[in-house]
Design a binder for this molecule. Structure first.
Ligand code: SF4
Length: 376
């Protein structure tokens, strides 16, 4: 398949790994901020191809993982109302809330449905005018255009029984939060190609300048990721800090203007809490006043208690690149994809799930996947 197989070519991958070795002279810690990229790195063993000076850490790039506990509880409480059909993407249903996941709520009678697009939820609202259809909208800038389009269409077509529970997050403020932390060990970023397809990469320029950090917009195949690493390492080794585009076959500097315009018409920037990290200013989206009547949070007044996360789960440290999943004491024992304690073990994009399914070996040579579960 064009633009796929050539980016998985083993010979080309090895050559690029050698190019990285040739240009690396010092230790560098690099972070990708995309769950899809994390999975490619872990699944294909790219870390093993790196020189030992390069450490890849995995950022808060899985939308399911960063959706706050309170928002899951709110979705569950709304789903429990008899008039509601609550729709979301499949991964969201398994994420543990403080007492229940959406799947648990479904098991005891809530009408919770998996959809593949917010437009499917809109269609459901049209065919069930006697019910309230709520779409649980999570994700980064990548899913925002389709969600904005669904609300815009609901307004244009006058579909009053459709609403959206919005928990959108934005990548650049999260990168800034990581860089401003006194514990930060990240020296360069691989920016997510699909986010930049929508938003372009001009908003990364001030971050790169302010924190003197190289940022390379990177694709998702093994060769993309290695080339992204080679580009950031070349910058680091030469003392440069620029924004560069490895994924030029898909990303333009200014991104997709019509998609940005649709997002800006329907949503406005707001502060948002990130699960495991905390509140980050200007890091989320909410519906603008003109579309607020489609806001499920205002439409359904449900009371949510603030609940502390399990102190066993170190997802916040994993998502900030301060720990690897296998450094969590619960990894692969008390926390598995069948019995997740935290969201990164649930989602197909979560770092803990990636290490569980495709895990490599720890530095001491012991498997990071317990042998009893290694067949998963
Ligand atoms: S392994 Fe489980 S408990 Fe540990 S950080 Fe990951 S999700 Fe949390």
């Amino acid at each position: 398949m064009k633009f796929l197989e050539e980016y998985r070519d083993y010979g080309a991958v090895r050559q690029m790994a050698q190019a990285i070795r040739r240009c690396t002279t010092r230790p560098w810690t690099l972070m990708e901020v995309c769950g899809g990229q994390t999975h490619t790195i872990v699944k294909t063993g790219l870390q093993d191809l790196m020189p030992e000076e390069i450490t890849l850490v995995h950022g808060p790039g899985c939308p399911v993982c960063v959706t706050p506990l309170e928002m899951i509880d709110r979705a569950v409480a709304i789903a429990q109302r008899s008039e509601v059909i609550l729709c979301s993407f499949g991964d969201m249903l398994r994420v543990p809330g403080s007492t229940q996941s959406l799947f648990d709520a479904k098991a005891v009678g809530a009408d919770v449905r998996i959809v593949y697009s917010p437009l499917d939820a809109l269609q459901l609202a049209r065919s069930n005018p006697q019910r309230e259809v709520v779409f649980f909208a999570v994700g980064f800038e990548t899913t925002a255009p389709a969600n904005a389009m669904a609300v815009w269409k609901a307004a244009r077509k006058g579909i009053p029984n459709f609403s959206m529970l919005v928990s959108h997050v934005l990548v650049p403020p999260a990168m800034e939060a990581i860089l401003s932390s006194p514990d930060c060990r990240v020296q360069a970023f691989l920016a997510a190609g699909h986010v930049c397809m929508v938003m372009g990469f001009e908003e990364y320029l001030p971050i790169s300048r302010k924190y003197r950090v190289p940022i390379v917009v990177t694709g998702f195949e093994p060769l993309d990721l290695l080339e992204g690493v080679q580009m950031v390492v070349a910058q680091l080794e030469s003392g440069r800090a620029d924004v560069e585009n490895q994924y030029a076959r898909a990303v333009r500097r200014s991104g997709n203007r019509p998609a940005q315009e649709r997002i800006a018409e329907v949503f406005e920037v707001t502060r948002r809490a990130w699960r495991g990290i905390g509140e980050i200013p200007s890091s989320g989206l909410r519906l603008r006043e003109a579309y607020r009547r489609f806001d499920a949070e205002s439409r359904f007044a449900v009371e949510i208690r603030h609940v502390e996360e399990s102190n066993e789960c170190i997802a916040g440290l994993v998502l900030q690149g301060l720990r690897k999943p296998y450094e969590c004491p619960a990894f692969g024992t008390r926390c598995t994809p069948d019995t997740p304690l935290g969201a990164p073990m649930v989602s197909s994009e979560g770092a803990c799930a990636a290490y569980f399914h495709f895990g490599r070996r720890k530095e001491d040579g012991n498997p990071i996947v317990p042998s009893a579960t290694a067949g998963h």
